[in-house]
Ligand binder design. Structure first.
Ligand SMILES: [Zn+2]
Length: 297
């Protein structure tokens, strides 16, 4: 019976020694190609804005970013969280891989980090080239900005937790935006919606039980995060019904603001010698049949 005396777990005699095992960063990220700051600075210098999109509060919009272009998500009227999805424009099965991006970089991302795509591709979809909130770092609560922890607010979890039926969660907004873009029904678009980059959201884990928490976004009008498109992208951005996500989401209770998406074309010669990212070279055989295991020699 749960919680009965027989179930009480006592620590083994060597518990302290076991806890003292040294943490090891899980992936040797020093083996990633280094962030080429000079290249991205060249790409940004002399870039021209070619389009701008307004994402209305509690709604989402989809947009295309050509390969080698730069896009910004801009806070325009007040603190507002944006939930970002990214796909390969020509193959929706290749999409942003929030979990691996977290494992390779950190719980929160900023300038120099990349947004990686799902297996079997596992390539940079976009590189963060500027972040006006980079100063925030991690605060005394352990919170940071732009997380790849949260999943997106959705109507199923809202209903599960007693919030009733609500149609403007980020999951639904993103489904409608992709559906509009592709000329399909939201129900058909829904399976393509995936875990997001939580733009401008300020989140962390509580010290005591490591529970996911949010606090008021520090973003102010004029703040932006900027990305270089390493491949041809289809994006969708939802202006979360939680607004600054200081208190609630999944309802019309919070003050909400629009977000802008700005797309820039780099100067003509800025990309000389540059190539779009290539998909992983792993042969996808998974030791199937007689295939010999191969590895680096
Ligand atoms: Zn949301």
């Amino acid at each position: 019976m749960p919680g009965s005396a027989e179930d009480a777990i006592s620590a083994p005699a060597d518990a302290d020694a076991r806890r003292r095992a040294r943490p090891t960063v899980a992936y040797p990220v020093e083996n990633l190609p280094p962030y080429d700051a000079a290249f991205y600075a060249r790409a940004r210098a002399g870039m021209t804005r070619v389009s701008e999109l307004v994402v209305p509060p509690r709604d989402a919009r989809a947009f295309v970013v050509p390969t080698g272009h730069i896009f910004r998500i801009v806070c325009v009227e007040g603190p507002q969280v944006g939930d970002l999805n990214l796909w390969n424009r020509y193959d929706l099965s290749e999409r942003f891989f929030s979990g691996k991006t977290r494992a390779l970089h950190a719980t929160h991302v900023s300038t120099g980090d990349r947004l990686w795509s799902t297996l079997p591709y596992l390539r940079p979809m976009a590189t963060i080239t500027h972040d006006t909130l980079a100063w925030y770092g991690f605060d005394e609560d352990g919170a940071g900005v732009h997380d790849v922890i949260g999943t997106r607010c959705d109507p199923y979890t809202n209903l599960l937790l007693g919030g009733g039926i609500y149609h403007h969660c980020c999951h639904s907004n993103l489904s409608r935006a992709l559906a509009d873009r592709r000329g399909i029904a939201p129900r058909q678009a829904e399976p393509h919606i995936h875990d997001v980059l939580n733009v401008f959201m300020c989140t962390g884990f509580t010290r005591d039980r490591h529970r996911y928490f949010m606090k008021a976004s520090p973003a102010r009008p004029g703040d932006f995060i900027e990305f270089f498109a390493e491949m041809e992208l289809l994006g969708a951005l939802s202006a979360c019904p939680g607004g600054d996500c200081s208190a609630t989401h999944s309802s019309d209770a919070a003050a909400c603001h629009p977000l802008h998406v700005e797309i820039y074309r780099p100067a003509d010669d800025a990309l000389a010698g540059w190539q779009p990212s290539a998909a992983s070279a792993y042969p996808r055989t998974h030791a199937d049949g007689q295939e010999q295991a191969t590895g680096p020699d």
